[in-house]
Design a protein around this ligand. Structure first.
Ligand code: AMP
Length: 442
């Protein structure tokens, strides 16, 4: 419809590297992704939180001093008021800041969805602006809440229709266990400095634990020989982990223990976990992950509060969906397209009547020819066209023409009194209803 826009002109601006536009019809899939997530976590008692995209940079600095996400990848700048601010690189710190600020009653079970920003090297499954969905529970120490959270993520992947996701579980122990383990790791890596890459050696000076998180093949052998956290666990941490495992078993969720799983952010202790996609390259195969971060609220100036949660990356999970051929883009389109060759005033009223009656309807503009309007009707995905020409206008009727062939026998074209048009469409045409979930398609 509308005047043709020349496509061979180079636009003055394009999206910045690692950022992109999500256009229709793909955008419908993104929206549905969040809807499916909300449909899993909402009924489990989680409420939506919408934190700002921009925070005081200290919120992230405080929680990730040895984390590349914070030290190297943050979009940090001074605003016009002279404040040191950052676009959020992740959600957990923002949620904990919100908890410390508002002090809601515990347990505080919340979920979130939205973009994060990290100055990464853009590649498949790794962007500078990417979307996450996320849940967090603050104020519960019980290992069963770890299980609840882990299970929500698992059920979400199932609802999308993914079959090749693996759950990897680990524990980083209590803070003292973690400290002892970090020392054991430091001793190990310092004894094998030659076997580490230059980046690995640099990470070692900041935080030996983070060396385990290296995806570089040059570090792989020395990491494989590193001591395991499980050998440094206190009884309390071991008990917590045993209860988590028993709970995950009881829910019938398959998993493997991954003793080197530390996750990219510094604040995790006790339970950590990752959901790994079966089809992606190993450097980008984490679809989501999370764990416990019991000291984080306190680090942000709030009361000592246990916390556990996870984030799932939308971009990467949709790549996994494409690879597995599930969770396809939902059909978008309208129920009815109104073709009006009499100037468009009838189309204006009919589309409005249909929308008021709860049906989706579109029309052409700019007084285009019958042929051009019928093409637009076809492109719109509508099941039925309503056609108003001069004869119909004079006779106060409308032509109703089915556009798609249905297996159950498509009703023939009909001439309907204008006054009964909306009623007729609702009675005689099975207008679109929301598409079922991907898992139900199968
Ligand atoms: P994290 O916040 O680092 O624990 O990441 C959680 C999930 O967010 C990952 O498993 C990815 O699915 C996604 N994610 C993290 N960083 C990126 C990125 N740069 N681009 C796309 N997705 C990302």
């Amino acid at each position: 419809m509308g005047p043709q826009i020349a496509c061979d002109v180079v636009p003055a601006f394009q999206t910045s590297p690692g950022m992109r536009d999500i256009l229709p019809p793909d955008s419908a899939r993104w929206r549905r992704f969040v809807d499916v997530f909300a449909g899993i976590v909402g009924p489990a008692g989680y409420g939506l939180v919408i934190p700002p995209l921009l925070e005081d940079a200290g919120v992230f600095q405080r929680v990730g001093e040895a984390t590349e996400v914070v030290t190297k990848q943050m979009y940090r700048f001074t605003d016009l008021g002279g404040r040191d601010v950052a676009l959020r690189p992740e959600l957990t710190a923002s949620i904990c800041r919100a908890f410390a600020e508002h002090r809601p009653a515990v347990p505080w079970k919340v979920w979130c969805a939205g973009p994060q920003f990290r100055y990464e090297k853009p590649q498949r499954g790794r962007l500078r602006q990417f979307e996450q969905v996320d849940v967090e529970v603050l104020g519960v120490d019980d290992p069963h809440v770890d299980v609840e959270v882990i299970a929500l993520g698992w059920r979400f992947f199932q609802a999308l229709g993914l079959r090749r996701v693996e759950l990897a579980l680990n524990t980083l122990g209590q803070p003292d266990d973690r400290r002892r383990y970090v020392e054991a790791l430091r001793d190990h890596f310092e004894a094998h400095l030659d076997a580490l890459t230059e980046e690995g050696r640099q990470t070692l000076t900041r935080n030996p634990l983070r060396v385990l998180d290296s995806k570089r093949s040059g570090d792989a052998d020395v990491i494989a020989a590193a001591p395991a956290m499980t050998d440094h666990l206190s009884d309390a941490a071991a008990d917590h982990f045993a209860t988590v495992r028993a709970g995950v078993d009881a829910l019938g969720i398959p998993y493997r223990i991954e003793p080197r799983l530390v996750r990219g952010l510094d604040y995790y202790l006790r339970t950590t976990f990752e959901y790994l996609g079966g089809t992606l390259d190993s450097a980008q195969n984490a679809l989501g992950g999370g764990g416990r971060y019991d000291g984080l609220v306190e680090a942000l100036g709030g009361p000592a509060t246990p916390g556990v949660g996870f984030a799932v990356g939308v971009d990467r999970t949709l790549i996994a969906c494409d690879d597995e051929g599930v969770f396809s883009t939902p059909a978008v389109g309208v129920d009815v397209f109104v073709v009006d060759t009499t100037g468009g005033a009838e189309a204006l009223v009919i589309t409005e009547e249909l929308r008021q009656a709860g049906r989706s309807a579109d029309r052409a503009f700019d007084g285009r020819s019958m042929k051009s309007q019928m093409k637009a009707a076809d492109r719109s995905g509508a099941d039925v066209a309503v056609i108003i020409g001069p004869d119909e206008l004079a006779a106060e009727t409308a032509v109703v023409r089915p556009l798609r062939v249905h297996g159950d026998g498509t009703p023939d074209q009909a001439v309907v009194p204008r006054a009964k048009l909306v009623h007729h469409l609702i009675q005689h045409h099975s207008l679109r209803s929301p598409a079922p979930l991907a898992s139900e398609d199968e």
